[in-house]
Design a binder for this molecule. Structure first.
Ligand code: WT7
Length: 660
């Protein structure tokens, strides 16, 4: 047998992988007792995380759990996140690179920010924002693509105690407006545009359109990314970023002392209802948790060149491009573009050129790489890599093994990290120097976390059986509430399994709305969302949001959106649509439906297929049977249809999905 085939066969069979010896020798966390020590010393075990930071005032209480589920961490303490990510590194590491920014076009100069340079620009922007009127606790919206000015603006906000709310640049004008309205945000930092697959993409038009739908006055700062490529008109309340920085040249802004529990940022995410949820993260708990998990799971060391390829518009980028890595004083790589431009080896070229030591990416990307073939990574020397990570959705064992072999050279541990916007940082994963890896299974709860898989009554399920994932003890990185909506916070996350009348923290259980199963070693395999939330290419989308966009299109009477399997994206959006008067099932209407979704949410929510149907399958009580629509989208065997009021519609819908 040729060596390659033999290797493939061996990889295909192997279900457990030991941490590579070379990795273990130098790992930040290699003592297997860490699980036990955390358990014995809970919640004080988390002081180790807090001690990774510099404090203005040390905390008095590690955990205040007197009013569950409104937990508070490190109360009595005060600190500043920008100080922790910048100032404290200046003496020792001022000349070291903080952000290594790679633009998409290959013929331009990439930008390198040392800690010293980043510190300078953050101070200037902080001074500029203050001049515009930003005060502590004012929410500043950042609607920017992957340009270095985005982390600069985040840290500038943190410096003056103004929470930021980053809106993913791929979201639509409407999505921006909804978020700004919801947060009553009077300041916006945005950008003229950016590059996508070689073309300049205009962004400011979208921002302008969004602003026209915001009822209150907004002061806007605009980053000029495209230069002469795109001449953007500037309005009265708009300021050019470069001019603002130039005006503040050399300005220094004292980091504002923030209480541990003061809000660091807001991040909107999708839920079951149409309205996005403003997840509130705080200064001390979030930052300690981001730092601790970066150190323990991603094995970040100051001398590393670490790369998380997510977009900063999502929580992954917040925690693991900006706050975690920079608080530890390492070099964080940031890439503007897509992995297939100018060629499908772009990421591997970056790994080789910069000597990247850790790569943290999404299963969707890995599945695309796998489809493109190993000849792309094979062109490059990837031997600088020491650890690989994945996040955002379940990874299938095949993709895991491909990543392990073709990117990691069978010499890098892979961490498959389960977590959420709400958890602030990683929750379930292997510790890379301690635990063996099982492809497809995220692993164990991190030390100090009480994660259990339970049945609908809240009882633990047996190994091998599916249940609901729950978190039964608070943790420092947890969300504190939904912005200005404590009630929805309790209802969304804490009502399923908690005794909500109790003030004993033992009676409170966090429900992340994921299904999971355990194996006999306690390893957790996450099965996916159990609510009406889709995961398309690792992006979280609410079916209700998409449905309400579709119903808003003239000519549409009713819509139901479900997720269907997709080889690369994980899930894809399937939209079943009933037209008004059951007429006009035209291509033109289909296009308007797609455009309606793009306008309301963004291109990421674009339906894969729009299926016109005269009726939707409904139960006798009038509920749409989504499970059935999923089965139809997947061309799977249909589940039980006996409870349907209109079973005869099913065959017709199936036919349309197959032939459309
Ligand atoms: C949802 C959270 C975590 C930051 C990026 C997404 C799914 C996340 C995994 C994983 C299986 C995963 C869950 C979760 N998810 N990581 N390793 N294995 N599923 O954050 O947008 O808040 O989405 O992503 O369903 O609930 P998010």
């Amino acid at each position: 047998m040729p060596e390659e085939v033999e290797l493939e066969a061996w990889l295909a069979e192997q279900e457990e992988f030991e941490p590579p010896e070379s990795f273990v020798e130098r790992a930040n966390v290699a003592d297997a007792n860490v699980y036990e020590t955390f358990d014995e010393d809970w919640p004080d075990c988390w002081t180790g995380a807090a001690e990774l930071l510099d404090w203005e005032e040390r905390w008095e209480t590690v955990l205040d759990d007197s009013t569950p589920p409104f937990y508070e961490w490190f109360t009595g303490g005060s600190l500043n996140a920008s100080y922790n990510c910048l100032d404290r590194h200046l003496d020792d590491r001022g000349d070291e690179v903080a952000i290594e920014w790679v633009g998409e076009p290959t013929d331009e100069t990439n930008r390198t920010y040392t800690y010293e340079e980043l510190h300078r620009e953050v101070n200037e922007v902080a001074a500029g924002l203050r001049d515009l009127g930003v005060e502590a606790d004012d929410v500043v919206t950042l609607y920017m693509p992957m340009v270095p000015e985005l982390p600069v603006a985040m840290l500038a906000c943190a410096r003056i105690g103004a929470p930021h709310s980053v809106v993913f640049a791929g979201f639509s004008a409407d999505a921006l407006a909804t978020r700004m309205e919801s947060a009553a945000s009077e300041y916006l930092v945005t950008c003229d545009g950016y590059y996508r697959r070689g073309d300049p993409l205009h962004h400011k038009e979208k921002a302008d359109k969004g602003l026209s739908r915001v009822d209150h006055d907004v002061e806007t700062v605009v980053v000029d990314r495209l230069g002469d490529e795109y001449d953007h008109p500037m309005g009265d309340d708009e300021y050019d970023y470069d001019a603002l920085v130039a005006e503040q040249e050399g300005a220094e802004v004292d980091p504002v002392e923030r209480d541990a529990e003061d809000m660091l940022f807001l991040m909107y995410t999708s839920g079951t209802t149409g309205e996005p949820k403003g997840v509130k993260h705080t200064t001390a708990g979030y930052l300690s948790y981001a730092a601790w998990t970066s150190r323990a799971v991603l094995d970040v060391k100051p001398e590393d060149t670490y790369w998380c390829s997510a977009d900063i518009g999502w929580i992954t980028g917040h925690s693991y491009i900006v706050y975690g890595p920079l608080s530890l004083g390492t070099t964080s790589v940031m890439y503007e573009g897509t992995p297939d431009y100018p060629e499908k080896d772009r990421l591997w070229e970056i790994v080789e050129n910069y000597g990247v030591t850790q790569l943290y990416t999404a299963p969707t990307a890995i599945r695309a790489f796998m489809k493109w073939g190993s000849r792309f990574p094979d062109r490059h020397d990837l031997s600088s890599l020491r650890l690989l990570g994945t996040v955002g959705e379940p990874i299938n064992p095949r993709a895991w093994k491909w990543y392990y072999k073709h990117i990691g050279g069978e010499d890098c541990p892979i961490v498959d990290t389960w977590w959420q916007t709400e958890t602030g940082g990683m929750m379930v994963t292997t510790l890379p120097a301690i635990d063996e890896m099982k492809p497809g299974s995220a692993g164990l709860p991190l030390p100090g976390l009480d994660v259990r898989v339970v049945d609908t009554k809240g009882e633990p399920v047996e190994a091998g059986r599916a249940g609901h994932l729950t978190v039964q003890k608070p943790w420092p990185g947890m969300l504190r509430t939904l912005y200005r909506n404590d009630e929805r916070y309790v209802e969304e996350y804490w009502s399923e399994y908690s005794d909500t009348a109790s003030d004993d923290p033992e009676d409170w259980v966090y429900f992340p709305e994921d299904g999971a199963k355990l194996d006999e070693d306690g390893y957790i395999t996450v099965l996916g969302r159990v609510d009406d939330v889709l995961n398309v290419s690792g992006h979280r989308l609410g079916t209700m949001e998409i449905e309400s966009a579709i119903v808003g299109v003239t000519g549409v009477a009713e819509a139901a959106v479900v997720g269907g399997h997709h080889d690369v994206k994980g899930e894809a959006v399937y939209a079943y649509v009933i037209t008004e008067d059951n007429s006009a099932e035209t291509e033109e209407l289909r296009e308007r439906i797609v455009a309606g979704v793009e306008n309301a949410i963004g291109a990421i929510a674009r339906p894969e297929q729009v299926i016109f149907t005269p009726e939707l399958p409904k139960t006798r009580s009038g509920k749409i049977m989504r499970r059935l629509l999923e089965d139809i989208a997947n061309d799977d065997e249909l589940g039980d249809t006996s409870t349907l009021r209109n079973p005869d519609v099913v065959a017709g819908i199936q036919e349309r999905v197959r032939t459309d």
